[in-house]
Design a protein around this ligand. Structure first.
Ligand SMILES: [Fe+2]
Length: 265
């Protein structure tokens, strides 16, 4: 992949997304959220690429994936007014379809396939076990880079909602009830993945987000989560119960062990 390709992709990305802004403040706020998200995911990706000392070509592929990983989000929100895939469309697959239709990925075919594979799998519950070395690398990278930024996005959202719930301009997918479902706590304590379909409250979502650390692939990503105190901030938005304290203890021990021993998945 030629170095100048990245700048071309960035230019196209902004031009494409600018077509989705209109007069509706709610739609604009939600489009803006994902527009800026991808830019920051590129930054997270650069950090991960540095930490793994990737060569220049792999670094460019990784940045392309980061920039385009949520390209399906914009059409999804305009068509369905939600980012909730089960209620609308699989935004991973939609993203790949858009890139194909727009014929934007005019790079080496093997590289294009790597980009498409990583986008198609960036938001799935788990990665398939039959990926090639490079496929697995890029899939793992985008999933970590994405989560690094989403953690900050959700924290900002929780903070803004608390400050002024009546004027919250982003989508809230679950009821803001004060309780946490015991089965969600149980799953996270046991290191199990929970499907979004089992969430009942916004607090369940926060507990599930604490459990994302089990899916973080690279110790360097965990280090960043630790340095930014992202999980501490999420815990602050949860009720102060012994169950939540227990979740916190288990999650932090898991994270610190992996950081200390530099364990990548
Ligand atoms: Fe996504």
């Amino acid at each position: 992949m030629r170095p100048e390709k990245l700048a071309q992709f960035e230019k196209w990305y902004d031009q494409y997304i600018n077509t989705f802004y209109g007069d509706d403040k709610y739609i604009n706020a939600n489009i803006r959220l994902k527009h800026d998200h991808a830019r920051r995911v590129v930054e997270e990706m650069r950090y991960l690429a540095d930490s793994l000392a990737l060569d220049e070509n792999r670094r460019r592929i990784a940045e392309t994936i980061a920039l385009f990983h949520d390209i399906g989000r914009f059409e999804q929100f305009i068509r369905y007014q939600t980012y909730h895939d089960p209620k609308s469309i699989d935004h991973n697959k939609l993203g790949v379809k858009i890139l194909c239709e727009k014929k934007i990925l005019d790079i080496d075919i093997a590289e294009r396939q790597l980009v498409e594979k990583a986008i198609a799998l960036h938001g799935t519950k788990q990665l398939p076990t039959d990926l090639s070395g490079d496929e697995a690398l890029f899939c793992k990278l985008i999933r970590d880079a994405d989560k690094l930024d989403i953690y900050q996005v959700v924290i900002n959202g929780y903070r803004r909602y608390l400050a002024d719930p009546d004027n919250f301009d982003l989508e809230v997918e679950l009821p803001n009830e004060p309780f946490v479902s015991p089965e969600i706590v149980e799953a996270v304590l046991n290191g199990k993945r929970v499907g979004y379909e089992f969430l009942k409250t916004w607090n369940d979502m926060k507990v599930l987000q604490l459990g994302w650390v089990y899916d973080i692939n690279f110790a360097s990503a965990l280090r960043r989560i630790r340095e930014r105190k992202l999980l501490e901030q999420i815990v602050d938005f949860l009720p102060k119960t012994p169950q939540i304290e227990q979740v916190k203890k288990v999650i932090f021990k898991y994270m610190d062990d992996r950081i200390k021993n530099n364990v990548n998945l």
